[in-house]
Design a protein around this ligand. Structure first.
Ligand SMILES: Nc1nc2c(ncn2[C@@H]2O[C@H](COP(=O)(O)OP(=O)(O)OP(=O)(O)O)[C@@H](O)[C@H]2O)c(=O)[nH]1
Ligand SMILES: [Mg+2]
Length: 197
């Protein structure tokens, strides 16, 4: 079976590269030391196994979540990496993981355009956008008191990321363990496989 290709996106310093490196064990993935953007080029990780399926995660550079449309660039990069894998019959697209720091209470500007672009990258219906192939992952739970983090999470669900969730996105907590990371990936491996472009 071809490798499952999953894009990883999110604002600067949200923990994308850490997530990709930890799960894949790929030493080439660079992790930053601050909230400033560290990753400057996209790359597909070495493949690793989840539920008997080979998976490669595409790490992207972070974007400024306050700027409408800022997610376009990483999404285009993910789309082009996925197409290259599909052309070479190496992999099939299986979705996108959107990483967000739980203590970031100024979440991204999400528009209808964001939803359509995400659906397009995932190969799912664009109108109305079907985002069941997107998982919104909250990170850095240990950086704030748990009760506060739970409040942030509820706020993200009802406000900042409501449009995403209404379009079928699953929201999951990442606690830094292999089990937690693999559970997140396995959500995207269930059900229909991705569509080719
Ligand atoms: N405590 C904790 N720190 C984390 C976690 N994930 C990432 N970090 C730290 O957050 C900082 C940024 O992590 P990166 O993985 O480079 O974040 P990124 O989203 O790839 O950043 P850019 O590529 O710059 O957009 C680093 O100092 C990491 O060590 C986590 O789960 N827990
Ligand atoms: Mg990075």
């Amino acid at each position: 079976m071809p490798t499952a290709i999953i894009g990883v996106m999110g604002v600067e310093g949200s923990g994308k590269s850490s997530f990709v490196k930890f799960l894949s064990g790929d030493e080439r993935i660079e992790i930053g030391h601050s909230l400033d953007s560290k990753t400057s080029s996209i790359r597909a990780s070495d493949p690793f196994q989840v539920n008997d399926r080979a998976v490669a995660l595409i790490d992207t550079d972070g974007f400024d979540g306050h700027r409408p449309g800022a997610e376009r660039r990483p999404l285009e990069a993910i789309a082009s990496a996925m197409k290259a894998e599909e052309r070479g019959k190496i992999g099939t697209r299986e979705g996108v993981i959107w990483i967000h720091r739980i203590n970031d209470d100024s979440p991204n500007v999400i528009t209808e355009d964001t939803l359509e672009r995400l659906a397009s990258v995932c190969g799912t219906r664009q109108s109305p956008p079907d985002l069941h192939k997107v998982v919104l992952v909250t990170t850095l739970w240990e950086s704030v008191p748990f009760e506060r983090a739970v409040q942030y999470e509820a706020q993200l669900r009802s406000e900042g990321f409501k449009l995403l969730l209404d379009a079928g996105v699953t929201m999951e907590r990442y606690n830094g363990t292999p089990e937690s990371g693999k559970k997140i990936v396995s959500i995207l491996l269930k059900g229909n496989s991705g569509l080719s472009a």
